[in-house]
Design a protein around this ligand. Sequence first.
Ligand code: NAD
Length: 454
Amino acid sequence: MKQICVVGVGYVGLVTAACFADLGNRVIALDVIEEKINGLKQGKLPIYEPGLKELVDRNVQAKRLTFTTSYAESLEGTEFVFIAVGTPMGVDGEADLHYVETAARAIAENMTAPLVIINKSTVPVGTGDWVADILRRYQKTPIPFSVVSCPEFLREGAAIGDFMQPYRTVLGSLDPEAAEKVAQLHLPLRAPIVITDLRTAEMIKYASNAFLATKISFVNEIANICEALGADVKEVAIGMGYDARIGKQFLDAGVGYGGSCFPKDVKALAYMAAEKGRHPQLLYTVMDINDDRREMAVAHIKEMVGNLEGKVIGMLGLSFKPNTDDMRDAPSITIIQKLQADGASIRAFDPVAMEVAKPLLPGVEMTADPYTLAEGCDALVVVTEWNEFKQLDRARLRDLMRQPVLYDGRNIYEPDEMTRAGFIYRGVGRGYNAMSPEERARHSILPPAERSSD
Ligand code: NAD
């Protein structure tokens, strides 16, 4: 049984702590926010993540997982410290490292025995060396330590599965012995382990996120072209995705990426490149395309509803993606603000994010369920593809609305079916469905019944 300290009990830290505890380690999870730690001690989680409550409860009961706000307490007898604090976007797009700095300093000031310090936060290339400097500077007496980079790749909403069955574990260090020790901790996950130097490991994380964001912006670009040419992006993506060189994932056209990672990480990578005199034009374009998605959603809603003054718009979903309550850089925020600025009244329903969203969305009326939401609406807008929205009673929804307008910003519905159900429907990049039957016939495209589905 190894003793591990995890610094930060957010989406990454709490999952890391609970999962390492579940693998049989003794884990002390630490945070500077007393309210979070007190809540955790009473079984109340600070975030929503499927399965996490059960995992935390089980490991607390087994006495493998404890919580504290004290660095001194958490470092006593500890061999490994994982840093999992936030690295939000700074004013110019650079990563703001002040939480990492504070954590590194506190570790230095409180360590009494050798430590392996493992950075899980997404940090600019070179941060590992900088953390080592902080450690040296603030130690009371010199105690040996090593710094290892172990970037986290989990997805909110699927975090436990992603942690327990990762595609790979990346470890970077200038100390092969420390990297080997951290590799041993990860062996039960039975995933490939890539061991490299510190800077390369840090870069792998940014390159991976930038690539995934690029895939999303790429398919959104294709969606625009599909709309103009009368093709259907959903089926284009299916057709592309069977090619193993392309892959099926991250080919969903929609209102664009958001959340706490892609927007800030693409921006931070571009910032790092520009700082060194490079012109990362692909990254700039990826960001531009993504920003346009939110503008475009609002433009499409206006095309469907007309003048927004006095209109009531219902938002189906608020979180930046399903199965999380995370509202950081959620597309819903920008879309709602723009609709409000044009005079619309906004109502919303989200299965778990409404409590977090409320203070961020002044003037938005939160509702109890999708049907209450639909009452008297001039349009419904799907912003988050929650599973529970997929099987809503179409007729009931339609009859509750003032106008049966539905803008599907995540393509969760089929255009023909929604039109048959009496909706004025528009998805993203579904140009084929925007054509009249006569136009379809002219383009010799198969009728819907003969088209593939997935
Ligand atoms: P978060 O904001 O949810 O959690 C960070 C936690 O750290 C907070 O609870 C905060 O109180 C705590 N904290 C801040 N300073 C501290 C200090 N000095 N000592 C102790 N605790 C401190 O952040 P997150 O979403 O878990 O992200 C953490 C890091 O992991 C970021 O760098 C992020 O980019 C990266 N990451 C996040 C995800 C994700 O899906 N959220 C995925 C992969 C990587």
